[in-house]
Design a protein around this ligand. Structure first.
Ligand SMILES: Cc1cc2nc3c(=O)[nH]c(=O)nc-3n(C[C@H](O)[C@H](O)[C@H](O)COP(=O)(O)OP(=O)(O)OC[C@H]3O[C@@H](n4cnc5c(N)ncnc54)[C@H](O)[C@@H]3O)c2cc1C
Length: 381
């Protein structure tokens, strides 16, 4: 316990000493709906973190990580969020692809990619969703065929977060012609900066563009860039999703707490704080945050499954309600802007997406219905 307190102080001290100079202005920047904020400086900050060994902190040391225990990782993420340090830019490589390669990659793939994720020299994006395959991911139709010693990839992905800044994409593609559903898919690593790839930003409600359409038109990647066996991509893709909600959710909750404090501050300024209904709901939000934290601590380190589905439902709905509270706290001013939404309007608008990405509410409820309650599976066409 004492060691943990010392470790907490070390992390807090390092952050306080380093979030200074050019990095001081990064406090509170970035994150969902605000990925455009100070991107280049956030990248420089993340490389600075890497130089002191503060990226990939939960990875084993043999793969370039810091080998922190689960408790230490929680402490790191909590202190990171509490310091106001900016949202990370390399999280898709660090939290999704890296752990997938550690579990399922070849030694050559690990050697080629992990050091560059640790050093934040290469950024990744996730190419799963397509116009005809979202919740029903097994409907993927992007295809890839082997031509000599290369895969040739053709098809379209959509909602690909950060593809416009990424160097590589992990792509779920159909590699066995005529295969259906979960079989015949492969998990390919595809470089994005090549002629056969077009990335087209999608403008969101918030006015910003942090996800994209990605078109593969004969894009190429070496035959060795398949993770797991060809045709076994579904299993690997599910493993990646299992890594999606790790210990960083406890850091996310510290960010939520700061947002709630900000909403209360807004309510004070506009005097909406005098509204007894709003006061009740702000108090409920505070209690909800305690429930989120208790649930996250109780299920820490558990594999993907019903507990994770409960977590996703709880935080997504909590955060969406917070967006609505932000609008109410600001009163009539929340209804207008001068061409660009402000911080609170953006919170409201972006939080509408929380109940969609990473598993929509309906899909999470289906998981609980089928796996916990044993209800009959849904009929499928
Ligand atoms: C901000 C954001 C970032 C994203 N980033 C990425 C990314 O980086 N990479 C990537 O691959 N994807 C990404 N996505 C896509 C995301 O994974 C999909 O939006 C999600 O899986 C839902 O798929 P869909 O949009 O096709 O909706 P659909 O699957 O078409 O669903 C539409 C509606 O129908 C409901 N529905 C669907 N099936 C069922 C069912 N069986 N039972 C009950 N209701 C059902 C859904 O809950 C939803 O309300 C992102 C999405 C958002 C919003």
């Amino acid at each position: 316990m004492k060691d943990h307190e010392l470790f907490r102080r070390d992390v807090a001290d390092w952050l306080a000493e380093n979030l200074t100079g050019e990095f001081a202005g990064l406090r509170g920047l970035g994150g969902p709906g605000r990925e455009h904020e100070a991107f280049d400086l956030r990248l420089a900050w993340e490389r600075h973190l890497a130089a002191s060994g503060w990226t990939c902190v939960g990875w084993p040391r043999e793969f370039g990580g810091r080998g922190l225990s689960l408790a230490e990782q929680v402490i790191f993420h909590e202190e990171y969020a509490a310091s106001g340090a900016p949202a990370r830019v390399g999280h898709l490589g660090e939290q999704l692809l890296g752990p997938t390669l550690i579990a399922h990659g070849t030694p050559e793939q690990r050697q080629r990619f992990l050091p560059k994720i640790v050093a934040v020299e290469e950024l990744w994006c996730q190419g799963y969703s397509e116009p005809g395959a979202g919740s029903d991911l097994a409907a993927v139709s992007t295809s890839a065929r082997l031509e000599g010693d290369q895969w040739v990839v053709t098809g379209q992905k959509i909602w690909t977060s950060l593809a416009h800044v990424a160097d590589w994409c992990f792509v779920l593609a159909r590699t066995e012609p005529g295969s259906r559903r979960h079989s015949g898919l492969s998990y390919l690593l595809v470089p994005l900066r090549q002629d056969g790839v077009t990335v087209r930003p999608i403008r969101q409600l918030t006015g910003t563009s942090e996800f994209n359409e990605v078109f593969f038109d004969g894009a190429r990647t070496p035959a060795s860039m398949v993770v797991g066996e060809p045709g076994d991509g579904w299993r690997v893709a599910m493993a990646t999703l299992g890594f999606e909600r790790g210990v960083s959710t406890l850091g996310q909750q510290i960010g939520f707490r700061r947002e709630l404090e900000g909403v209360i501050e807004q309510a004070r300024r506009t005097s909406t704080i005098d509204d007894p209904v709003l006061r009740t709901e702000l108090t409920r939000a505070w209690i909800g945050l305690r429930v989120l934290r208790a649930h996250a601590l109780r299920t820490l380190g558990e594999d993907a499954g019903p507990e994770v589905a409960v977590s996703k439902l709880l935080w997504a709905q909590w955060h969406r309600r917070l967006g609505e509270l932000a609008m109410r706290a600001r009163g009539p001013r929340s209804l207008v802007h001068d061409g660009e939404p402000d911080e609170w309007q953006r919170l409201f608008l972006f939080s509408r997406a929380d109940t969609i990405y990473g598993g929509s509410d309906e899909i999470e409820r289906n998981i609980i219905a089928e796996r916990v309650l044993g209800l009959p599976k849904e009929a499928r066409a």
